[in-house]
Design a protein around this ligand. Structure first.
Ligand SMILES: [Zn+2]
Length: 435
């Protein structure tokens, strides 16, 4: 095999891209197999720190669930890499582009046909990608999740969800994509600044729109009915100087037995949402501690920081897209023929969004580390505002109920875990409040 680096910039791009795709897939497979080996190695015995709180049966169920999930993910890694190479170097996007162009644009080239052709290319690409993901997603829900008793959906519920989500994202995406493409074509060299303003505005709008109008399309929400719990939760939010308008319960049990709680909304319209599964699993004291953890994320401005990082990355991405779309090597190097007589912006946008994850994954370990630091900070805040022992017992219960492993592989944690392993969180809680 010739491993020397090619000098031609187009061949170099192909080489770098193929290397990144392979590297990412291999890294993910190595981490998955490490996880399986580590979890199975610790399967025979509950770790000492949890010996009093977790039964052997629960511990082994978590090990088997982690293993089953990892095995399925291995297939997902291979499929995703194959689909990505199919789109790019093997000519899938090129064929789709030529087909749509000769169908929509070539017969009657006009500005309207140019826009219609480009929008349909971007939407068709994302629709086909979603369909390609479907078999594995079905296996996740009706294979692994079903086998371990987490899935609560029938096939028709799943189909209805998928149809609703697809229709909704098409309705929301079309005007945004259309405006971005229009800006790329019309707004001159600094189109990416305008596009950034548009996308940032859209993000902020979604923060208001999603909890009020979109989430209710998928779940039922009702006010927290437990008066004692409500008083406890209100006391906590007031103690933390946090204005929460609505305390809601959501029928998470409709789809899955996994438990959770979250915050949404901005300004005065903030709301706390508890999954019904969470309220069933935890005592009021534990619910309070979990909520205090979520408040910790707000107090430490983690939400704002994550939003700021995302906006900074999208500004960088748009600038890069602008530069790439002007260079024919970008298309040729990634397996696509740029159009000679039609606009290329839609093609550039589709190709760029396909290629981006293969570069962004290099940030993965750093992002995971940053997120774990934030989790520690939120835990420390929770320990100062609620009972640390209640947070500890809630963490153990949630791990057990969700069949999350207590013994992840350290390298998997380093590369991929957004939350620290349970043992580290319990140790940090013990240290933050010596008793
Ligand atoms: Zn958290």
């Amino acid at each position: 095999m010739d491993v020397s680096t090619p000098a031609d910039p187009i061949a170099l791009l192909t080489w770098v891209f193929a290397t990144l795709v392979t590297l990412r897939a291999v890294l993910r497979l190595v981490l998955l197999s490490r996880q399986v080996r580590h979890v199975q190695g610790h399967r025979p015995q509950v770790p000492t720190a949890f010996a009093q709180r977790v039964s052997l049966a629960d511990h082994q169920r978590a090990a088997d669930y982690s293993t089953a999930k990892a095995q399925l993910e291995g297939w997902a890694v291979l499929l995703e890499a194959a689909v990505l190479l199919g789109w790019t170097l093997m000519g899938g996007l090129d064929a789709l582009n030529q087909g749509l162009r000769s169908w929509i644009y070539d017969p009657l080239p006009s500005p309207a046909a140019a826009l219609a052709y480009q929008i349909s290319l971007v939407l068709a690409m994302s629709l086909i990608s979603a369909v390609a993901d479907l078999p594995l997603d079905l296996l996740r829900h009706f294979g692994v999740e079903q086998r371990f008793g987490f899935n609560r959906m029938l096939l028709k519920d799943y189909a209805l969800d998928a149809l609703k989500a697809t229709a909704l994202s098409m309705i929301l995406m079309t005007p945004v994509v259309a405006t971005v493409l229009w800006l790329m074509g019309q707004a001159g060299a600094h189109w990416w600044l305008w596009a950034f303003a548009l996308l940032a505005g859209f993000q902020l709008l979604m923060m208001v729109v999603v909890p009020l109008w979109i989430a209710p399309l998928f779940n039922r929400f009702w006010p927290l009915e437990d008066a004692a719990l409500e008083a406890r939760v209100r006391a906590l939010t007031q103690r933390c100087g946090f204005a929460v308008r609505d305390l809601l319960v959501m029928d998470g049990s409709r789809r899955s037995a996994h438990a959770n709680a979250y915050f949404t909304g901005v300004g005065q319209a903030k709301r706390v949402v508890f999954f019904d599964t969470l309220l069933k699993a935890l005592t009021p004291k534990e619910v309070e501690a979990v909520l205090a953890h979520e408040l910790g994320h707000f107090r430490h401005r983690h939400v704002t920081q994550r939003l700021a990082l995302m906006l900074a990355l999208s500004l960088l991405g748009l600038w890069l897209l602008g530069a790439a779309s002007q260079w024919s090597g970008f298309y040729l190097g990634l397996g696509v023929q740029p159009n000679l007589a039609a606009p290329n912006d839609g093609l550039a946008l589709a190709l760029f969004s396909l290629a981006l994850p293969s570069v962004l994954f290099l940030l993965g370990p750093w992002a995971a580390w940053w997120s774990r630091q934030q989790e520690f900070e939120a835990d420390a805040f929770a320990a100062s505002q609620a009972e640390p022992s209640a947070l500890a017992s809630a963490l153990v219960k949630l791990h057990t109920d969700n069949a999350a492993t207590l013994t992840p592989d350290p390298w998997v944690v380093r590369f991929q875990y957004s939350h620290p392993p349970a043992l580290q969180r319990l140790q940090a809680l013990d240290q933050s409040n010596p008793r």
